[in-house]
Design a protein around this ligand. Structure first.
Ligand SMILES: O=C(O)CCC(=O)C(=O)O
Length: 260
């Protein structure tokens, strides 16, 4: 394992997330951004709309103003060979194998998307742990969020609560949709230690499925785009009959070639 990876993995184990600067090379960004923007403009399915998610700030229905605003361009892996490549790139595979200490699978059942955040109609995402999306034998998954443009608190960038992946919470601390309840004084105190990330184009953040995070609305005038995938070790199987087990997964090979 490279020393840089070792340090990053130690940071993730300690804090629940780690920023990896310049994760995507410039040519990858140059190649991926126009593809993402073109697919967004052409509304290439499968899509998830803000109006369907109904997070705070989202249009109230598909017929309301902004009701056709896209939230996620789903199945990034199947959309374009470039997005597929970065889901299983050697830099991801080596990192994940070192973290999980075994062979690694990428899920296609959730995340696996180009996450967008539009000005005006893009919604905010309340505090949550991504484990709300997953049903696995062990709560040990890691997501990689690759910024295709700049991300700050001004355009809806991510906030994280350091070390929250290792905190124990009761079910009553979450609402029915598994968002962390801010009407509770204990939760509000925990969220006070949150940090806002500043990501430059090409930076990535790796984070654990139990790390509390949130994101605000986009107050800039440009759509924000991020490529997001989630990984787990081979011995940590999705539970049969759940959404997590609903799609064939992708096993990360050692040392794939660059596709461009
Ligand atoms: O971009 C955002 O609003 C955060 C997205 C997020 O954390 C999620 O979809 O789980």
């Amino acid at each position: 394992m490279q020393p840089a990876q070792q340090t990053q993995i130690a940071s993730l184990r300690r804090d629940g997330f780690v920023v990896v600067p310049n994760f995507l090379p410039h040519d990858a960004l140059e190649a991926m951004r126009p593809v993402a923007l073109g697919q967004l403009a052409a509304r290439v399915p499968p899509l998830e709309l803000e109006a369907d998610l109904k997070y705070p700030g989202a249009p109230s229905s598909q017929d309301a103003a902004g009701g056709q605003t896209v939230r996620r361009l789903l199945d990034a892996y199947g959309r374009d060979p470039l997005f597929a490549f970065w889901g299983v790139a050697p830099g991801v595979g080596d990192w994940m194998r070192a973290y999980f200490d075994e062979d690694v699978l990428m899920s296609r059942a959730h995340h696996n998307c180009l996450m967008t955040k539009h000005p005006r109609y893009g919604s905010m995402t309340g505090w949550h742990r991504d484990i709300r999306y997953w049903s696995f034998e062990r709560e040990d998954l890691v997501s990689v969020w690759m910024a295709l443009g700049e991300e700050t608190s001004d355009n809806g960038g991510l906030w994280f609560v350091p070390r929250s992946h290792a905190m124990t919470f009761g079910e009553e601390q979450f609402d029915a949709a598994k968002f962390f309840r801010l009407d509770r004084r204990d939760n509000a105190e925990i969220v006070r230690s949150a940090v806002s990330l500043r990501l430059a184009p090409g930076d990535a953040v790796f984070f654990h499925c139990n790390t509390l995070h949130s994101a605000g609305q986009n107050r800039s005038d440009a759509v924000k785009l991020s490529l997001v995938y989630t990984y787990h070790g081979l011995s940590n199987a999705p539970k049969a009959g759940t959404r997590s087990a609903s799609k064939a997964e992708v096993r990360l090979a050692v040392g794939a070639a660059r596709p461009y």
